[in-house]
Design a protein around this ligand. Structure first.
Ligand code: UT7
Length: 331
């Protein structure tokens, strides 16, 4: 039986560091408020004109190098983002072009904070049925150019950052290793609790200046509602993964939750009763990078030696949609 293994990881964040103090020049906020409510100290923002596919390219190049592969060795691209370069076509094809390759399929995944886990579910299925042997899965976001950087948008503007994380996935016949389980869920009843209303085909026309003026084109979030559901659904998804595989929390070496808010991950940790050394957190440095947050944290945990051959890694995410899920990977 084939399983999916992670052959390599890579990440990229823009060089431009934006501290909490920096944000105070555009909006009424404070370092204290941001740290206390979210754990974020700084985030990265791109320079003007840099899109999600540019960050994805840099993360991919690192993953390719780590795997000792060329872009031409890839046979499929799955790209998760909520901040596409363009409304259409998908960002995957722009990444493909920037990598200097052609013909291989490119799939865009639009599942926000859970995008990486949804993408992993697709990649895992395609690899296990033998369709592809080298899948690039990348989560990438450029939030900064879409944020409302005024007091009106401060509830979201202080939280989100830019970045990309990538993994290269391939088949293994080693029954002990690789992706052991994936569980994904959604509940569209909550779609408007974290969303961007326009532009969209539910409007005629899709975009006019009035939508911008009335705030429809900026991210809107009912923060407390998102928080409330996140701290229930992520532990549920972790338990679901453990039940499905007959493993326990004691077996898990590293938990990588989507980095939405330090208080959310601390609550998840508490509900599950996990010790600090099992939880990965880097939100202080990057803020919430949505689809990129799990693969960035994964890369850092691998690079620092926290994840090594044999480690049992649990990923979990929750976000806009609402969508959520978990994955268990034996490294
Ligand atoms: O990736 C998944 C997506 N997002 C999340 O998971 C986020 C989930 N939610 C959260 O993390 C939290 O709800 C927030 C961090 C977004 C907000 O924390 P909160 O404790 O729920 O604050 P709040 O929204 O209830 O706002 C409290 C106060 C309000 O003022 P009043 O009405 O009490 O006078 C806000 O206007 O804080 C104010 N406020 C701010 N103050 C300074 C909101 N944003 C800011 C800000 N700086 N940036």
């Amino acid at each position: 039986m084939l399983r999916t293994e992670v052959l390599s990881t890579g990440f990229y964040v823009p060089e431009r560091v934006i501290t909490n103090h920096d944000l105070t020049q555009w909006m009424d906020t404070s370092d204290e408020w941001i740290r206390q409510r979210s754990g974020i100290v700084e985030r990265r923002w791109v320079e003007d004109g840099v899109g999600s596919s540019d960050l994805a390219k840099a993360a991919t190049e690192q993953a390719l190098e780590m795997a000792g592969l060329q872009a031409t060795d890839l046979d499929c691209i799955i790209l998760a983002t909520l901040s596409p370069d363009h409304f259409f076509p998908g960002t995957g094809v722009f990444l493909q072009r920037k990598l200097g390759i052609k013909n291989i399929p490119c799939l865009d995944v639009r599942n926000q904070c859970s995008g990486f886990i949804y993408g992993l579910a697709v990649a895992d299925a395609w690899i296990r049925i033998g369709l592809f042997k080298r899948i690039l899965l990348v989560g990438t976001e450029v939030h900064s150019s879409g944020l409302e950087k005024t007091t009106a948008g401060r509830d979201t503007a202080v939280l989100f950052g830019d970045g990309a994380g990538a993994v290269i996935l391939g088949p293994t016949e080693d029954a002990e290793r690789g992706v052991l389980s994936i569980h994904i869920h959604a509940d569209g009843r909550h779609a408007e609790k974290l969303w961007m209303d326009a532009p969209g085909s539910s409007y005629t026309p899709w975009l006019v200046p009035e939508y911008i003026a009335s705030g429809l084109t900026r991210p809107q979030m009912e923060g407390r509602e998102v928080f409330k559901h996140a701290v229930v659904k992520m532990p549920e998804a972790v338990r679901e993964a453990l039940e499905a595989t007959g493993l326990s929390l004691d077996d898990v070496d590293v938990v990588i939750p989507h980095q939405a808010n330090l208080r959310i991950t601390q609550a998840v940790q508490k509900v599950l009763g996990l010790p600090d050394e099992k939880m990965v957190s880097n939100i202080d440095k990057y803020g919430n990078t949505t689809a990129a947050s799990i693969p960035i944290a994964l890369h850092e945990a691998v690079a620092s030696g926290r994840i090594k051959r044999g480690s049992l890694v649990c990923l979990t995410a929750f976000g806009s949609g609402f969508t959520w899920g978990s994955a268990l990977i034996r490294w």
